[in-house]
Design a protein around this ligand. Structure first.
Ligand code: NAP
Length: 297
């Protein structure tokens, strides 16, 4: 089968499209014929060797955690899914023609494979953050970096729970944030004052890692009301860094319910072929993805 792989850490040029042995489903796993793989910032962070403690890997390594596709092998002990089912979920080396998933759910009706590949990590992260920040209906959440994959999911899930959201994003994404039900403003010079004018903030999420932890603490009045997923220095300012994934099957089930009720939609900004994986990484790393980028297999 064809698979994207890298044999040394480095820039996008280390990615190669190679012929590889097909993987097989072990106990508790399924194998899918991959139709699409989600492109997450963690994919290029791993390729660059940035986060080896959290994601230890042996080289050469495949790329990708998220995928959608058609089940073609069911591992020992797995129930409730059959060959031929359309699923989306998380696994390993998903930029490939076949991949093994360790967590999955059936794709909701009407969702394309291309769209479905963009959800798994993003919805797990969004649901975890909303759980950890612990706001109630009627309270206000500030989201810094609200137009990317995680932000798009946080905005819609928070709205569903009656939480008001103020989101920051670039000028080109202001209408996008409003379309997801948030109050919107731009980041950059004067942004703290612009947020203040939009309302009092009860909790804040740093999704962009753009060095705004002090300001988020200032706006909420308490470091315990701020969580970052992107700034490793956050704990030095008393702010939690959230990095331990919650239950992916639970997140996918909740996402599938929201998607089928028309309450959650993560747009695909751009699709790439397997041979274009390096371009997908370059574009994701530029840091201005709206929704998700996807590799089509
Ligand atoms: N710790 C964890 O468990 C965990 C889990 C998932 C992701 N992450 C990390 O969280 C980050 C976000 O992930 P993602 O998938 O949502 O990324 P993404 O889809 O690439 O989105 C990045 C977003 O950041 C915004 N942005 C860029 N510069 C900004 C700035 N100066 N201020 C505010 N926003 C800015 C962009 O908005 P504009 O395009 O509008 O400029 C873009 O929408 C990544 O660093 C990722 O590695 C961590």
């Amino acid at each position: 089968m064809k698979k994207v792989s890298f044999a040394e850490f480095g820039g996008p040029e280390v990615l190669r499209l190679i012929d590889a042995e097909e993987p097989h489903a072990g106990p508790g796993q399924v194998r899918i014929a991959v139709r699409a793989a989600g492109v997450n910032p963690v994919d290029w962070r791993i390729r660059e060797g940035q986060i080896l403690q959290a994601h230890p890997i042996d080289l050469p390594s495949g790329v990708g955690l998220d995928a959608s596709g058609v089940v073609d092998e069911v591992g020992e002990g797995v129930e409730g899914v059959a060959v031929g089912d359309h699923v989306f979920g998380e696994g390993a080396s998903t930029y490939a023609e076949f991949a093994v998933l360790s967590a999955w759910a059936r794709m909701p009706e009407g969702l394309t494979f291309e769209e479905a590949a963009g959800y798994p990590s993003v919805v797990e992260t969004a649901l975890r953050l909303i759980r950890e920040i612990g706001l109630r209906a009627g309270q206000t959440l500030l989201v810094s970096g609200a137009s990317g994959g995680v932000g798009s999911a946080v905005l819609q899930i928070a709205r569903e729970r009656g939480i008001t959201v103020i989101g920051t994003a670039g000028a080109a994404n202001q209408d996008y944030l409003r379309g997801l039900g948030a109050l919107a403003t731009t980041y950059g010079e004067g942004w703290v004052e612009r947020v203040r004018r939009l309302g009092q903030v009860d909790g804040a999420l740093d999704l962009a890692g753009s060095g705004v932890i002090r300001e988020l603490v200032e706006l909420t009045g308490d470091p315990r009301k701020v969580i970052s997923i992107a700034d490793l220095d956050a704990p030095q300012l008393g702010v939690r860094f959230s990095g331990v994934a919650g239950s992916v099957p639970d997140a996918l089930a909740e996402a599938a319910d929201l998607i089928s009720r028309g309450r959650l939609h993560i747009p695909v900004e751009q699709s790439y072929t397997l041979a274009e994986a390096a371009a997908a990484h370059t574009d994701s790393r530029a840091g201005h993805t709206r929704g998700r980028r996807v590799v089509i297999v």
